[in-house]
Design a protein around this ligand. Structure first.
Ligand code: UDP
Ligand code: MG
Length: 315
């Protein structure tokens, strides 16, 4: 198998027909040396029956159905584990990232790159909030994280077999796929493209999911928030010192100490800091807990197309 295309889908019944249509055109040069893997991430609409039906007409199509909704990054991981290609291309079901860019990515990979990631030069049809939060997210992540994760990139990328195997060898439960590829190393390069608006349907990333995703990324790739707690305690020591001077001074000068305001201020300041640092500790401890459970990331409930396909990763 030369090429695998992996697409996670959650409630994408409206996108699927268009998606298949554009992908089958893109893979034409590879004929049956290409496979399209659609991973149904616990959809509650007609996504799976569409995948199943289409797989009868499109021989290169494989469908995996997860037993429940596990989230974008896990669905993507499931598809990556099933992929058999020498080169693996991943994109979202909503066609925000144009699959037609693949030949260009292929050319770059021919030049010796292991990862060619799409870099969003422009994002169309997304809310100001989404664009602003994404902009901030990638910059904060980068300033905090120990690996350099390229700004404004998604999971839209072409990767080599050895880069993929490296990522699949990473045993962590919390999977921030683009960060994992960045961490792996090898030669990587970005290719600019314009991110289109979603063709149909609506975003499957509500604010809560975005927040989860951002925390996973930060805690998975940086210990700095933990050290932040120590820095804050220095700051609070410093403020205490100032307060002490003030209290001492007013004691001598005015000989009275109503002190209510400074008291409230001090208490709220320190309890704020304590809660914040406790929260940060909690995030990491929670992650330790999840990691030690070592649960399987997902279960497959159904599979269609290319029956001989092994479910385990190939080495
Ligand atoms: N997705 C998924 N599981 C989820 C949420 C999303 O598999 O729990 C898929 C979704 O079908 C799409 C991709 O992840 O193919 C990205 O989602 P979306 O386009 O809604 O995110 P956005 O582009 O708005 O950030
Ligand atoms: Mg999208």
């Amino acid at each position: 198998m030369h090429l695998s295309i992996v697409v996670p889908c959650m409630n994408e019944e409206e996108s699927i027909p268009l998606l298949i249509d554009r992908l089958t055109k893109v893979i034409q040069p590879w004929g049956n040396k290409a496979e399209i893997i659609l991973v149904d991430d616990g959809s509650t609409d007609e996504t799976w029956s569409l995948i199943e039906a289409t797989s009868k007409n499109v021989p290169q199509l494989r469908g995996l159905r997860l037993s429940a909704n596990r989230g974008h990054q896990i669905a993507l991981t499931a598809g990556l584990e099933a992929a058999k290609g020498e080169r693996i291309f991943m994109l979202d079901a909503d066609l925000q990232d144009p699959p037609e860019i693949l030949p260009e990515m292929m050319v770059m990979m021919d030049q010796g790159y292991d990862v060619v990631y799409g870099r969003r030069a422009k994002r169309k049809g997304e809310s100001l909030f989404k664009r602003a939060s994404a902009f901030l997210f990638y910059r904060i992540l980068n300033s905090l994280s120990d690996v350099s994760i390229p700004n404004d990139t998604g999971d839209f990328r072409l990767v080599s077999r050895r880069a993929l195997n490296a990522v699949l060898d990473m045993p962590e439960q919390t999977r921030f796929v683009r960060g994992m590829f960045a961490w792996v190393g090898y030669k990587q390069i970005g290719l600019e493209y314009i991110r289109e608006a979603r063709m149909v349907g609506e975003t499957k990333y509500p604010f809560k999911a975005m927040l989860r995703f951002a925390t996973d990324a930060l805690t998975g790739f940086s210990l700095r928030p933990l050290r932040f707690a120590t820095r804050l305690s220095f700051l609070s020591l410093f403020v205490t010192l100032l307060m002490a001077v003030y209290v001492f001074g007013s004691l001598i000068m005015f000989n009275t100490a109503p002190g209510w305001a400074s008291m409230v201020l001090a208490v709220s300041f320190f309890s704020g800091i304590q809660l914040l640092t406790l929260g940060i500790l909690g995030e990491y401890i929670g992650r330790l807990y999840v990691e030690t459970k070592r649960r399987p990331l997902y279960f497959l409930s159904e599979e269609v197309g290319a029956k001989s396909a092994p479910l385990q990763k190939e080495k």
